[in-house]
Ligand binder design. Structure first.
Ligand code: NDP
Ligand code: MG
Length: 375
């Protein structure tokens, strides 16, 4: 066999390596050294953990982004890599996504904020650079695979599943007393603090409705949400003939991460397969839109277009930060975003600068609102 016949390993940059997605991604790569190789790593503040990962994977210049964003963007552009796994938390993930696509690298995207803030611009960029956006968010990974299998013309609607979070069955009175510590206990997924709070308020599902609209070119009325507490069905599509198609596995982010990193191949792995002959409890119920207003607010933002989805994301991010500091209560999470969305965000951002300007304006509006509510 000549050198040319040996399949080259996929070179992967892992951003947010010290986080929950980062850990799952590194585990996948660690267990398949014949297929994947790590060529770049980043974290934000966690210097020790990053240094130890860099030693393990032989990465000579890991990037600590709290020391400056420029070196991170430089590393992404300069490093020869096939795919960038973006596991950065929050809106700070957008510029790194842009850097990955601009340099022609495929983007395995966990950072949903990238799509919520700048879906159309990011997709244009990917097309121009001939790079792929491969969704890692479990619901979108499922929908992506189902659409690939059936073709986008066959799709009537997408059905995103939601665990419902820890407060699925709590009444409003109880919800009013929820503290940060309660919201940080998620029943089925173990994730970073921001997305865990979002899962409890259903803002995460709201962000995911927007993400699905922007990734798959669907209006919000063709993206449904169903609560499925067991988190085994990761999402469904309904084809035009009325049939539902589901993607099912144990709730383990290593599945969608591996699908994105290995794409277009489907590869064997060591993850535990879901045994269907086990006594499986799978229930589905409608979301409680009235008690979890961040979900309907996201639908409205997705339908209004302009910079509404940017405002939704930015104000919710500010509100979650205030909630985690116990400055506002659980019900006020939605109140902050509702008030910010009452302003006019109809201007369609023409470029990334306009996206960042709208993001900054929405954050300021949210902070002003939080200051009033926190009095
Ligand atoms: P974590 O909080 O666990 O990890 C975040 C990672 O990003 C850490 O490595 C952190 O570094 C780094 N980071 C934090 N702030 C910045 C910043 N300002 N600039 C650059 N890097 C930063 O988050 P998750 O892994 O839970 O989530 C990451 C993304 O993936 C989010 O967008 C989330 O919505 C999405 N996602 C997560 C899922 C999950 O199961 N966790 C599921 C689906 C989507 P350090 O440790 O040094 O602070
Ligand atoms: Mg998800």
């Amino acid at each position: 066999m000549s050198d040319r016949d040996i399949p080259r390993r996929k070179r992967v940059i892992v951003l947010g390596a010290t986080g929950s997605i980062g850990a799952s991604g590194l585990d996948i790569i660690r267990n398949d050294p014949g297929r994947f190789e790590i060529v770049g790593l980043s974290a934000h503040r966690n210097r020790e953990a990053l240094a130890s990962l860099a030693r393990e994977f032989g990465v000579s210049e890991p990037i600590l982004s709290s020391e400056g964003e420029a070196p991170l963007l430089e590393m992404i552009k300069r490093t020869k890599a096939d795919v960038v796994l973006n596991g950065i938390a929050g809106s700070s993930g957008l510029r790194p996504s842009i850097a990955a696509l601009e340099s022609g690298k495929d983007l395995a995207l966990a950072n949903k904020e990238t799509i919520v803030m700048a879906g159309p611009l990011v997709r244009d960029l990917a097309k121009r650079a001939q790079a792929r956006i491969l969704p890692v968010d479990s619901e979108h990974s499922a929908v992506f695979a189902l659409i690939e299998a059936h073709g986008s013309d066959a799709v009537a609607e997408v059905v995103l599943t939601a665990s419902g979070g820890p407060f699925r069955s709590w009444d409003r009175e109880r919800l009013a007393r929820v503290r940060a510590a309660d919201a940080l206990r998620h029943p089925t997924w173990s994730m970073g603090p921001k997305i865990t709070v979002d899962s409890a308020s259903l803002a995460n599902k709201g962000l995911e409705v927007i993400e699905a609209c922007r990734l798959f070119d669907l209006p919000p009325d063709r993206v449904k949400v169903v609560v499925h507490p067991q988190s085994l069905v990761h999402s469904l599509i309904r084809t035009k003939d009325g049939v539902l198609w589901a993607q099912i596995s144990l709730p383990d982010m290593r599945h969608p991460i591996l699908s994105a990193l290995a794409w277009p191949e489907v590869v064997p792995n060591r993850l535990e397969p879901l045994a269907l002959d086990r006594l499986l409890d799978m229930r589905f119920e409608p979301p409680r839109y009235d008690d979890f207003p961040l979900l309907p607010l996201a639908r409205r933002a997705a339908g209004m277009g302009g910079a509404y989805t940017i405002a939704y994301n930015a104000s919710n991010e500010e509100a979650v930060a205030a909630f985690l500091e116990d400055r506002i209560g659980f019900l006020e999470l939605a109140e902050v975003t509702a008030r910010v969305l009452e302003r006019d965000w109809s201007g369609e951002p023409a470029d990334f600068d306009a996206v960042f300007a709208a993001d900054a304006a929405a954050r300021k509006a949210a902070r002003d609102t939080i200051a009033i509510l926190a009095r």
